[in-house]
Ligand binder design. Structure first.
Ligand code: GLA
Length: 350
């Protein structure tokens, strides 16, 4: 099914602009992007597609393939449910007329940037509709602004940058302070497996904003602009308790990303395992069921390493596996996970 065809079925005329953007999976560098750190995501095949057209009124009419109701939002208002993702893009792009919008997305929610994909697709469709002068980086940053000002999540820049700039064949190393970036090949002989743990992300927004506030406090106490400026965990001695734990995750995670550049599959996998332990124990953004799934993956002979990915609190896990073995690993691990946890996981990539 094509989004354009659905737009036409719903609104009675073809869309004036159609654009899509992918979700992303992050291999290493988690919860570092709001402290100027390094991240290593890649795009996933699943995409959000947004079709737009003018409707000649002062009200936006927003439809989604996955929600039966139409949302009617006056121009200049934010709206509820999924509306802010679109109306935020409209507002920040200076839209002053009513638009019809139809969304179709197969990006699973929970750690794979379904919201960034929606924002980037919407902004791409607006760029096409109004011939906006917006390069791919400026577009990504506008998506981040939508999250901050309209959705209320104080996210970093990784997801929108990855959705706007990454492809599915290579990892994209992003320095989230300078926004410099370069493609990095996957380690030779390895491929990516992504599983959805089936654990819904609870408290993700409040937990996320709380973690962000904690590391901002930690960097303030250390007298650095961002934890990116701390190169060694030994330099965190001035901190105590939970702030030290949180900062230790960010500082050690940055070091892991840099160490992974050029690492072979076995070493890259070890760094992913260490990242999971740090996210579980120091940053405390994992979940017992997710830990079970990650442990099963890590124990499989064809797996180099595995960890929770994205903001955490449930959601997706990513594994680096021997090339050609992803399906076999998923088929072996998912039934064991169900036996242990009573939760059905799902294969997302490949
Ligand atoms: C979410 C945010 C990103 C990043 C990750 C954690 O996906 O949107 O900016 O902070 O969590 O790495």
């Amino acid at each position: 099914m094509k989004a354009g065809e659905n737009y036409e079925a719903v609104f009675g005329s073809p869309p004036e602009a159609v654009a899509s953007a992918p979700g992303r999976v992050n291999l290493l560098g988690e919860h570092t992007d709001y402290q100027g750190g390094f991240v290593l995501p890649t795009a996933i095949p699943q995409r959000a597609t947004v079709s737009l057209g003018r409707n000649g009124t002062n009200t936006h009419v927003l439809r989604s393939a996955s929600v039966p109701l139409a949302l009617h939002v006056p121009v200049g208002s934010v709206g509820e449910s999924f509306a802010p993702y679109l109306t935020g893009c409209f507002e920040l792009s200076g839209v002053t007329e009513g638009l019809n919008a139809f969304i179709a997305s197969d990006v699973p929610s929970g750690g794979l940037s379904s919201s960034a994909a929606l924002e980037v697709a919407t902004l791409r469709a607006l760029r096409e509709l109004y011939n906006l002068e917006l390069d791919d980086v400026a577009l990504a940053l506008r998506g981040v602004q939508v999250e901050h000002e309209f959705v209320g999540v104080l996210c970093g820049v990784m997801d929108q940058m990855a959705s706007s700039l990454a492809d599915t064949r290579t990892l994209l190393l992003i320095d989230t302070r300078t926004l410099e970036r370069r493609p990095v090949p996957l380690p030779a002989g390895a491929e990516v497996l992504v599983l959805d743990s089936g654990v819904p992300r609870r408290l993700a927004e409040s937990g996320y904003n709380e973690r962000r506030a904690q590391v901002e406090e930690a960097s303030r106490l250390l007298g650095v602009a961002q934890l990116r400026d701390v190169l060694n965990v030994a330099d965190l001695d001035g901190l105590h308790g939970i702030l030290k734990q949180r900062a230790r995750h960010v500082v050690s995670e940055n070091a892991r990303v840099l160490e992974a550049l050029g690492a072979d599959a076995a070493h890259f996998g070890e760094l992913m395992n260490a990242s999971h332990a740090s996210l579980r124990d120091d940053y405390e953004v994992s979940h017992p069921n997710v830990d079970q799934l990650v442990a099963l993956l890590q124990a499989h002979a064809q797996v180099y390493g595995a960890r929770i990915t994205g903001a955490g609190f449930g959601g997706a896990v990513v594994a680096l596996v021997r090339e050609g073995a992803a399906l076999e690993v998923a088929q072996a691990v998912l039934p064991l996970y169900y036996q242990q946890s009573g939760v059905w996981g799902m294969r997302v990539v490949p």
